[in-house]
Design a protein around this ligand. Structure first.
Ligand code: SF4
Length: 204
């Protein structure tokens, strides 16, 4: 179960911010489908989540660090946290291009909010590393982005409580989504998901 004493998992925030229905399919209905991008992403995550640490050029790199914010009710694991002196900087690994709706930025900012509580510090920026381009980009943790984190958290909590599957987005997000076959975002909504209206025509 993704919920733990009203605490929301960081990955659920990312799923919800991207598409509430995707979040529900994964965290309520336990559906997960691999495509080329998620497989590659998982391999990158596994490498980042192997744990341990290394130090280079005065920067210590922590992999697979467990994160928790009691204040905000968030928990999860960080791919990579760099320690620049005493200052932790989260770095999230992504296999594909930037997703719509700031989903990756919200996940990264939530990691920073956990780290701020754990290290009793403030963290103004973090980085998203794109494996395809081998480049990383800076993400500023603005008040607006922090407020999006809390909105996504409340959305996930409400989803877990009501257990109602949201309507499909059926927009540009679906082309990035590995659950498109299970979701059937463009199917007629008058029939229950998975119901084949034509099968009844074959019965006689
Ligand atoms: S296919 Fe589209 S509507 Fe369905 S879960 Fe994915 S993004 Fe959401």
């Amino acid at each position: 179960m993704e919920q733990n004493d009203e605490r929301v998992m960081l990955s659920a925030l990312q799923h919800y911010a991207f598409c509430p229905r995707q979040c529900a399919l994964i965290h309520l209905e336990q559906i997960w489908t691999e495509n080329a991008q998620t497989t590659k992403g998982n391999q990158n995550h596994e490498r980042a989540h192997t744990g341990g640490s290394e130090e280079r050029g005065g920067v210590k790199t922590l992999r697979g660090l467990q994160l928790l914010s009691r204040q905000y009710g968030l928990w999860g694991v960080a791919d990579v946290v760099e320690l620049h002196g005493e200052k932790p900087i989260p770095v999230e690994y992504k296999s594909g291009k930037a997703k719509p709706r700031l989903a990756d930025e919200i996940q990264l900012c939530a990691q920073a909010m956990c780290l701020e509580e754990m290290f009793n510090t403030s963290i103004p920026v973090g980085f998203i590393y794109h494996a395809a381009s081998h480049k990383r980009r800076e993400v500023e943790f603005t008040p607006a982005l922090r407020s999006e984190v809390l909105k996504a958290r409340d959305g996930v909590l409400s989803l877990l409580q009501t257990r109602v599957l949201p309507e499909p987005a059926a927009d540009e997000r679906c082309q990035f989504c590995s659950l498109i076959d299970e979701c059937e975002p463009f199917a007629p909504r008058d029939f229950p998901r998975g119901f084949d209206p034509f099968s009844t025509l074959m019965e006689d």
